[in-house]
Design a protein around this ligand. Structure first.
Ligand code: CMP
Length: 132
């Protein structure tokens, strides 16, 4: 089943020079890049993007982090894109993410966990509207 999903390489991933490595992984897996953009999240965009987490203890830290530098966003298309991309990025807590996943290979943080990917079709549609 062909699906689309959205990924965002977070400010830590961009600062550390991981854009190319991450794009290469998705291209090699067979995903088509349908849209690609480098941008800075404004505070308003960030609060809308992460609105499902509003009220959580880490919300303010998350908004400060995602607005701290440029990010790279992409819409990827391919077979079962939503679940395959989530499995490729690994667990939210990078220190628990398995080696071989993006977070498991490139990070140890929670807030600074290198990459975001939509967790459902509804999230993809909501998130893509904010960025593209
Ligand atoms: P992401 O997949 O982009 O979705 C929500 C983000 O909140 C998550 O990645 C982390 O960057 C951040 N975050 C910070 N602290 C936590 C936490 N304790 N649990 C889950 N997410 C957290």
């Amino acid at each position: 089943m062909i699906e689309q999903t959205l990924i965002v390489i977070k400010p830590d991933g961009v600062k550390r020079g991981l854009i190319g490595e991450i794009i290469t992984r998705f291209e090699k897996r067979g995903f088509k890049i349908k849209a690609l953009k480098m941008l800075n999240f404004s505070k308003e965009m960030a609060e809308e993007f992460y609105s499902p987490h509003k009220g959580k203890a880490f919300f303010n830290e998350l908004i400060a982090f995602i607005t701290s530098g440029p990010v790279v966003a992409m819409i990827l298309e391919g077979n079962y894109a939503l679940s395959v991309v989530r499995s490729m990025i690994g667990s939210t807590k990078s220190y628990e993410a398995l080696s071989g996943t993006i977070r498991g290979d490139y990070g140890l943080g929670i807030t600074d966990n290198v990459i975001h990917a939509s967790d459902s079709k509804e999230s993809f549609e909501r998130e893509a509207k904010i960025i593209f």
